[in-house]
Design a binder for this molecule. Structure first.
Ligand code: FAD
Ligand code: NAI
Length: 471
């Protein structure tokens, strides 16, 4: 079978690339080794984690805030198997939606493991062992990523688990030890802390979500601490052991770092390893196509997302850059349009990052630490949620908006939000920054009252000339 383009991998990068290729008139096929489409994001990532975050948040609110709203409940209980079942229903609805989109766009789906025979031929091996060969003028590799680990923390998928297993636990852990307080640790740690687990975070850096603006990590830690969590920052894990019915985690503080004890030993019933993800190219047989990976396992691409073999492109988690679904999607569209002779553009600096904890954290542009490191002159405006009428009405008082603007020109350089609905509010910030708005521009735009978005306007006014109106 000869196609114009074969997409390998059906995650948000791959399936979006396939749709855009089909829209542009290309005869398109997609190859997926799993039975369901949608990749990490839909099956074991974005969607199921958000389903559990929402369920656990409902439980937490019912237990802790409903009474103050005047809603009385008795005998509140967590039914984790039901929570997991609902999550599976949400996943099923989403992956079925992708199959529908493939049919609608006349994209041929080949289920099986794709591996290169040569630079124009792909062998697809189905689960029953049967094989077929398909050829194309162009390829898009979108094979994504898998959880990474270290030899000191051997994943056994029973007690020492990754995010994938943490999405299907059938019992609420009594003590969940989370290694890595990055995005996955913060989100899935929150899920279990909200439904009754004691959660301990062991983190190598000195804060939660350490790659985001430091203010965000500090504020998030305060919120997660309220759930009863413990934190061991500046700690490096030295060993994790499955004892049969539990785990023992040992970590130490490298000399000169942190202020905790030199060595710690924690006993728990599960250990979630969330120390990052690695690009996934296993089984692709890249060498047959004349391709190699870099020292971090990523497929190297140029500015057009072409590999060293020009008709083979690569996108999403398998290449450099943020491992985010919406980044992979943008790249999918970019490659399809490039192949069609168009001149698309991606502004990597303005890809937002969101952590779906409560409060949510959302960010776009430079962090304050990056601006300092660059020696750039900047000013800061911030506005707390507790000064918002909307936040008082809903009792979601934790949070703030922080705006970083150029000291001379007032152009917004970074926007960081922690608080209710931050994930949706960041869209306004991305639009503002795409159009290179100044802080004063946003401060002069009408924002509906009462909404959380007023905090963006007020933070921009604060950045302009310390002109916030409600502080
Ligand atoms: P993937 O989604 O990983 O898809 C790759 C696909 O390729 C897989 O289906 C795989 O089976 C298939 N494949 C691999 N090799 C082959 C082969 N040889 N032949 C055939 N098929 C193959 N990002 C966000 O933006 N927002 C979130 O809220 C978010 N939450 C997350 C929560 C968790 C718990 C995790 C783990 C990740 C989360 N992410 C989130 C990250 C997001 O899932 C990834 O960035 C995104 O899925 C990357 O898309 P992709 O298309 O590059 O690859
Ligand atoms: P991460 O990079 O966000 O966090 C890993 C953390 O582990 C870091 O804070 C790091 O300092 C720490 N760490 C590394 N080695 C350690 C060690 N030996 N001991 C203790 N701590 C150690 O990676 P994570 O959370 O695994 O997520 C992977 C990726 O998945 C993210 O980078 C993100 O791109 C994506 N993701 C996105 C989500 C979202 O957009 N909401 C949600 C979940 C995942």
């Amino acid at each position: 079978m000869q196609y114009d383009v074969i997409v390998i991998g059906s995650g948000p990068g791959g399936y979006v690339a396939a749709i855009r290729c089909a829209q542009l008139g290309m005869k398109t096929a997609i190859v997926e080794k799993y039975k369901t489409l949608g990749g990490t994001c839909l099956n074991v990532g974005c969607i199921p984690s958000k389903a559990l975050l929402d369920s656990s948040e409902h439980f937490y609110n019912a237990a802790h805030t409903f009474a103050e709203h005047g809603i009385k409940l008795a005998d509140l209980q967590v039914d984790l198997p039901q929570m997991i079942k609902r999550k599976e229903g949400v996943v099923e609805a989403n992956v079925t939606g992708i199959s529908f989109l493939m049919k609608k766009n006349k994209i041929t789906v080949h289920q099986g493991l794709g591996s290169f025979v040569d630079a124009n031929t792909l062998k697809v091996t189905k689960d029953d062992g049967s094989e077929e060969q398909i050829t194309a003028k162009n390829f898009i590799i979108a094979t994504g990523s898998k959880p990474s680990s270290f030899p000191s923390m051997p994943i056994d998928k029973k007690r020492i688990i990754t995010s994938t297993e943490a999405l299907t636990l059938q019992e609420v852990p009594k003590h969940l030890i989370v290694i890595g307080a990055g995005v996955i640790g913060a989100e899935l740690g929150s899920v279990y802390a909200r439904i009754g687990s004691k959660v301990s975070f062991v983190e190598f850096a000195d804060s939660m979500i350490p790659t985001m603006d430091k203010t965000m990590g500090k504020e998030l830690q305060k919120a997660v601490k309220k759930l009863g969590a413990d934190f061991y920052f500046s700690h490096k894990v030295t060993s994790v052991e499955n004892t049969g019915d539990g785990v023992i985690v040992k970590a130490d503080t490298p000399k000169g770092r942190g202020d905790g004890p030199e060595q710690i030993t924690l006993e728990g019933d599960y250990c979630l390893v969330s120390v990052g993800r690695r690009p996934y190219t296993d089984g692709l047989n890249l060498e047959a196509a004349g391709l190699a990976t870099d020292n971090r396992g990523r497929i190297e691409v140029n500015d057009h997302l072409q590999t060293s073999v020009p008709h083979i492109y690569a996108i999403g988690d398998v290449i450099r850059g943020a491992m985010l679904a919406h980044k992979a999607e943008e790249e999918g569209v970019f490659v399809a349009e490039t192949m069609a002779g168009q001149k698309p553009h991606i502004n990597y600096r303005l890809i937002p990052g969101v952590v779906y904890t409560w409060p949510e954290v959302a960010s776009v542009g430079f962090t304050e630490e990056e601006l300092k490191a660059e020696g750039r002159a900047y000013k800061v405006g911030s506005f707390p949620y507790k000064a918002l009428g909307r936040a008082r009405a809903s009792m979601d008082l934790d949070g703030l908006v922080k705006v970083l603007a150029d000291k001379q020109t007032d152009e917004i350089l970074g926007m960081h939000i922690i608080g209710a609905r931050a994930a949706d509010m960041i869209a306004e910030c991305v639009v503002a920054m795409e159009y290179r708005a100044s802080a004063e521009d946003i401060g002069r735009i009408s924002h509906a009252h009462p909404t959380y978005t007023e905090a963006i306007k007020e933070a921009c006014l604060a950045a302009t000339e310390n002109r916030a109106l409600h502080m």
